[in-house]
Design a protein around this ligand. Sequence first.
Ligand code: ATP
Length: 365
Amino acid sequence: MAEIVIKNLRKDFGDFTAVQESSFTIEDGEFFMLLGPSGCGKTTTLRMIAGLELPTSGEIFLDGEEISQRPPSKRDIAFVFQMFALYPHLNVRKNISYPLASQGMKRRDIKAKVAEVSKILGIEHMLDKPVGGLSGGDRQRVALGRAIVREPKAFMMDEPLGALDAEFREHMSEELRALHDRMGATTVYVTHDQLEAMQMGDKIVVMNNAVVEQFGTPRDIYNKPASVFVADFIGSPSMNFLPFNGTVKSGDTTVQMGQQRIVVPEQLTSAEGELILGIRPENISLSDNGAVKSSVVALEYLGTTQIVVLDSEYGELKARVDAAQPVAVGENVGLEFDSATITLFAKSNGRALRSVLNDGVFPHG
Ligand code: ATP
């Protein structure tokens, strides 16, 4: 059992703020992703949870106990580093058993534990090999073995697959997720790769510039982004943003955009002035009746779908349509938006105009 609650966590390095008033909850057994661009404060957050860095203010609770000032050894949390920090002079067995031997566990118990863990990881056959000659993936498995063997309450992983090539990385990420599903231990995983976060995570915290932008399931974050930053960071190609001037009254479910009245999927908070309509490429269809006029400037064929690059009165837009749909560069086409998938943002603060029926999206303005 390991629930981790983060409350108003902050870390200053001198007068630079690396993490600003972060709050989120990691439920017991979750595979939890900390996602964001380089330098946004992911690693600092993870290090504070593990106790490798002390917060400037705020609290961290592990199963209801406040642990933010406790040394790492008193937190029962295992940290898996990006660099596979193995002992090069020891073999696989000794590397895995090291934490148990240093805890003074009996040899017979250690042997049984190492056998169990190496079976889970599929590395039984290499227990007596030196770690120096192992492949990257096997070294990562041994590093995981050393973390798992202690049976900690939670695992902290800082871009553990960062050093692997793309194909192997995908294989290891599937393996890691399967391992987590078998063991069910709470895992916090840092990545800057949105695809990895979406594929592996039960929940995601998206950070930007030391601030938590949004916290939710991959589906919520993709379908109901809380800010322009999140909408842009998640998804490839990213969401289209159409700027316009408008007025929204609290509770409205439609908005006037140029000549058109646009239906939106939920009641909005009031806003006035510069607004941004966000729509994902797969939610734009090309149709003769479409109200937004555009012309096709380029096509990217992707096998089952194609990306159509369009020049419109709102600037460049991208639509993802069936690869079989006939489209030609230079053609004039109308665009239709699936209104159930539209997100409206206020340009002033970049936040979604989401409201009244707020659904757990991080409450920022
Ligand atoms: P990356 O993926 O590049 O590591 P990150 O999101 O994990 O990015 P952090 O490592 O948490 O980012 O760093 C956040 C900011 O805090 C960065 O600007 C970094 O330079 C700064 N920082 C981190 N540790 C220290 C430190 N010990 N002293 C001063 N500044 C630090």
